[in-house]
Design a protein around this ligand. Structure first.
Ligand code: RAM
Length: 790
């Protein structure tokens, strides 16, 4: 076997090992710093002697922070330390800041924003309308190492100072108000108060921070009937808008954000109470400063020009308007306050959308001969980019943006096939375990926000299904080890609610957002909630048995297997007739029963498969499943030998279908099958997001069945390459950056001849099945296969 090439060097560094390694103290402004005061800045000045060789900043906040040394941002991260289960775990960042320090006097400061900690996002009800805490606070520890081995630590303490800033208001839902008219560098002439440590575990992050990942130019700028400048970016994104304007001192410019238009104006109703407005009070000086500081920002003009060049560059480019403590979900913005009607060009010099999200490494790509399917796939990717913003959220735009467990439960396999989410989801799972109630109930959203919690089938099951998806994708047993107690606690809780091995009653969300449910009652699905809950009970116990086996807990594995057998027996007895009719007789119940092998009798299973086919035919191959049925419906059709029906469904255009949204111009996946109604108007339901990844779980099926790549052992050590031809597709390509390297399969169909080009990295074995039924087993290298297709 040939050696592989050397990998690029990897660099690892331990963060702080013990709580006692923190000598810094938590500080907050002694006065001001309240929720209605300008965002505070806390900082210190200190001397650095000659011979500095290394400087590390360890820093976190109650709130979010943006830290600077000598005016320069210490990193390109946004919204650090991110959102964790603040009552238990708080992340801190570690930055190498050696290059930012100079011999002599230095200045270290951090702007604090409300973020998740004190913003409206956290005040749903857990804290009875109040956020996690009333006060923002900072913990910062700068560790200096000198050439002679000397070490010095500068930690936040009562000697630091506090000041206001140009950020007059900031809230994730409502937006940011920035007064560019105020001095660029805030005077830090106030005192700080040392506050008690929040007493939670401080953890180093295991996932990339939120960063700017792309900019998107405007595709059009027009004037609305109401006299605002309307900008279309052509893509629904998550982030903020960067503008350059020229205007008068004191002039107010505000930017509102929305995902869709109605009657030529922003459709703000779907955002509910979120004001999504960034407001700027212009300095009118041609100042190039970003939100609170012009001196040497990483991404700003000042950084390129240097402090001395700022004024002249700025005069040419106008004022830079860009928030830094909020994010929005939008495709369109409108701008108020520029003299748009007269001559917008004199005032709006440039505008672009800045895309923000956790800076995850892309690992999966997929393309076919169908333009619409490719657009759908792209929509899934954009939906993931927008909703993987520090935590996996349901939506990024309205007054919600929460880590709904059910959504990520259904989307996790797709997520692992598109981006490296090993650290991102492991971190979230640690929060899930930390936020689990003493009785084992998994909260509906993680980090926990709601006051009342009850066990919810398909949502709480994230405790088992998400770690399993990570194990399958990355082969890392440690994630199962870490989550095992959380999984078993969840199952003890559910088991306590079961009757004769079935999970009945309770207040379930069920097959949420079934397209046939009334728009204002999304839980009123066709699928019987008892069937759905019991199916999920079986599924999770089945996986739990497998997890126990992987962990070498054989007795427990056997016990869970026996329980799973018992649940299946009860499921058949209670819900499945000898004719293969599953109670409530709709797509979702067959999909769950077939896909998860809940029907044990082969003849009954075959009958159930036929019935599913009939149901799909009756609805002309349109989708009739909600959040829980959708991820399994196409696989169930395949399992039932109905590949043509699965293809007809995924390629269908009639509402409800995936391509219906594509036909209506969607650039992200919608929350409802008809977030836009066929006439182009916005669904009147009070819950209508245009950026929700749950229904995007279909991408996993597309990768496995159309692309043909399925991992068959954890971490892609063994894979199956078995593209299934269908629809009128003539080609597809899939590539996946597995833990072993890039696996790529590229097929095309030409004049009845099928050709497949395959790349397999060292360490991976591929079992190839061609459409002719021919099998091959190959290891690393480039391979080409052809066969005739009848
Ligand atoms: C809404 C959203 C979310 C879903 C919950 C149950 O908030 O649709 O995605 O998980 O309901």
């Amino acid at each position: 076997m040939a050696d592989s090439a050397w990998s690029a060097p990897a660099y690892v560094e331990a963060a702080l090992l013990e709580p006692g390694d923190w000598s810094a103290q938590w500080i907050t402004p002694a006065t001001g710093g309240g929720i209605f005061d300008p965002a505070p800045v806390l900082g210190t000045r200190f001397d650095v002697s000659d011979g500095l060789v290394d400087a590390r900043l360890r820093i976190t906040a109650l709130g979010i922070f943006e830290a600077r040394i000598n005016g320069a941002l210490v990193s390109e991260d946004h919204f650090a330390p991110g959102w964790s289960s603040y009552d238990h775990r708080l992340r801190y960042q570690n930055y190498d800041v050696t290059a930012l320090l100079q011999p002599g006097e230095n200045d270290l400061e951090a702007l604090l924003g409300n973020g998740w900690y004190r913003g409206r996002i956290a005040s749903f009800s857990l804290h009875r309308g109040h956020p996690y805490g009333e006060k923002l606070a900072l913990l910062a520890q700068l560790e200096l190492t000198f050439a002679d081995g000397r070490r010095e630590t500068i930690g936040s303490d009562g000697g630091w100072s506090a000041g206001g800033s140009r950020v007059l208001a900031n809230d994730f839902y409502d937006g940011q108000t920035t007064d560019l008219h105020l001095p660029v560098r805030p005077a830090r002439d106030g005192a700080v108060t040392v506050v008690p440590s929040p007493g939670v575990e401080l953890v180093a992050p295991v996932a990339p921070a939120v960063r700017e990942t792309q900019t998107v130019p405007a595709v059009s700028t027009t004037l609305t009937a109401s006299g605002r400048l309307l900008v279309d970016f052509g893509q629904n994104v998550v982030g903020w808008v960067r503008l350059r304007v020229r205007g008068e001192a004191g002039q107010r410019v505000s930017v509102r954000h929305a995902e869709v238009l109605e009657n030529g104006e922003l459709s703000l109703r779907p955002l509910r109470s979120a004001k999504v407005t960034d407001t700027y009070i212009l300095a009118g000086t041609g100042d190039a400063g970003a939100a609170w500081d012009a001196a040497g920002g990483v991404a700003g003009v000042a950084g390129a020009a240097g402090a001395a060049g700022v004024a002249s560059v700025a005069a040419e480019l106008g004022e830079l308007l860009e928030p830094n403590l909020v994010f929005h979900g939008f495709r369109y913005i409108d701008i108020d306050g520029l003299n748009a009607a007269e001559d917008p060009a004199t005032e709006l010099l440039s505008v672009e959308a800045v895309v923000l999200g956790s800076d995850l490494e892309r690992t999966g790509w997929f393309e076919t001969s169908s333009v619409e399917l490719n657009q759908l796939h792209q929509n899934v990717v954009w939906g993931m980019r927008g909703n993987f913003l520090d935590v996996p959220t349901d939506c990024p735009q309205r007054d919600e943006r929460l880590g709904w467990t059910g959504d990520i439960q259904v989307f996790a396999p797709t997520a692992t096939s598109l981006f490296d989410v090993s650290g991102f989801l492991s971190s979230w799972l640690a929060d899930l375990a930390a936020d689990q109630l003493p009785d084992g109930t998994v909260p509906a959203v993680i980090p926990r926000v709601f006051l009342e919690e009850k066990p919810l089938a398909g949502w709480g099951d994230a405790a088992v299904i998400v770690p399993w998806a990570l194990y399958e994708a990355y082969g890392d047993r440690a994630i199962l080890e870490r989550q095992y107690p959380s999984m078993t606690r969840w199952h003890d809780r559910v088991t306590a609610d079961t009757t004769d091995n079935l999970w009945l009653g309770g207040d379930q969300l069920g097959d949420w957002l079934d397209p046939l449910a009334p728009p204002d009652a999304p839980a009123k699905a066709q699928a019987d909630p008892d069937v759905v809950a019991s199916a999920y009970y079986a599924r999770s116990i089945d996986l739990l048995a497998r997890v126990a086996a992987v962990l070498g807990r054989h007795d427990e594995a056997e016990r869970y297997e026996r329980l799973a057998t018992g649940i299946r027996a009860a499921f058949n007895r209670e819900f499945v007739s000898p004719e293969g009719i599953v109670r409530s007789d709709c797509q979702t119940v067959y999909a769950l029963a077939i896909r998860w092998r809940l029907i044990t009798d082969a003849d009954v299973l075959a009958l159930a498969g036929q019935r599913l086919r009939e149901l799909v035919d009756e609805r002309n191959f349109t989708v009739a499943t909600g959040f829980l049925g959708t991820p399994v419906i196409l696989d169930a059709l395949l399992d039932a030998g109905q590949l043509d029906a699965a293809y007809a469904m995924v390629l269908g255009h009639e509402h409800p279908s995936w391509l219906y949204s594509v036909d209506l111009g969607a650039t992200t996946v919608w929350e409802r099958w008809d977030s836009l109604l066929p006439d182009g108007s916005v669904n009147p339901g009070e819950m209508t997001s245009f950026n929700h990844y749950a229904f995007g779980a279909v991408a996993d099926w597309m990768h496995r069945v159309i692309g043909g790549l399925t991992p068959t052992s954890p971490g892609y050590r063994d894979v199956s390459i078995a593209p299934r031809l269908g629809g009128d597709l003539t080609s597809a390509s899939i590539s996946h950056l597995s833990p072993f390297g890039l696996i790529a399969a590229d097929w095309c169909l030409n004049g009845g001849v099928f050709a497949l080009a395959l790349t397999v990295p060292v360490g991976v074995t591929a079992a190839v099945t061609l459409p002719s039924g021919e099998h091959h087993r190959v290891t690393h290298g480039e391979h080409v296969f052809t066969c005739d297709v009848p």
